[in-house]
Design a protein around this ligand. Structure first.
Ligand code: AMP
Ligand code: ZN
Length: 114
């Protein structure tokens, strides 16, 4: 069995609060939300970090953005705005090594991020 947390959620081995799913993408609520809306959007394929992307992964990364657009619309935050964040490696704050896009919304966002 995989020891990747997000692969386990994908496979139903641990529970996830799933908000969107298609053939290539899964999205679920973050267990420790940093904003009123905090959703993680992942490729179903295990890819550890952005550094591990291969040429064939370009399409699925586009699908993450397409899913983000759809989810933001469904959550009613498209117009007020939302932030999409992907941390790459520990120095940037990555703690789960399966690529994910954070969708954050529902509060004012400052820049630069901490
Ligand atoms: P990052 O630090 O960018 O790797 O983000 C990992 C995110 O995964 C954090 O925001 C965590 O709160 C979140 N997380 C950790 N475990 C779970 C889980 N079981 N279900 C949902 N989100 C999780
Ligand atoms: Zn994984």
């Amino acid at each position: 069995m995989t020891d990747c947390l997000f692969c386990k959620i994908r496979d139903g081995d641990i529970p996830g609060d799933i908000v969107f799913e298609d053939d290539h993408v899964l999205a679920f609520n973050d267990v420790n939300p940093q904003a009123p809306v905090h959703i993680l959007i992942i490729p179903k394929k295990h890819i550890s970090t952005i550094n591990d992307l291969e040429d064939g992964d370009v399409q699925v990364m586009g699908k993450l953005f397409a899913a983000a657009k759809k989810i933001a619309h469904e959550k009613g935050v498209s117009e007020e705005g939302y932030r999409l964040v992907t941390n790459c490696n520990a120095g940037a704050g990555q703690t789960v090594f399966h690529i994910h896009m954070h969708l954050l919304a529902g509060r004012a966002m400052s820049w630069p991020p901490g």
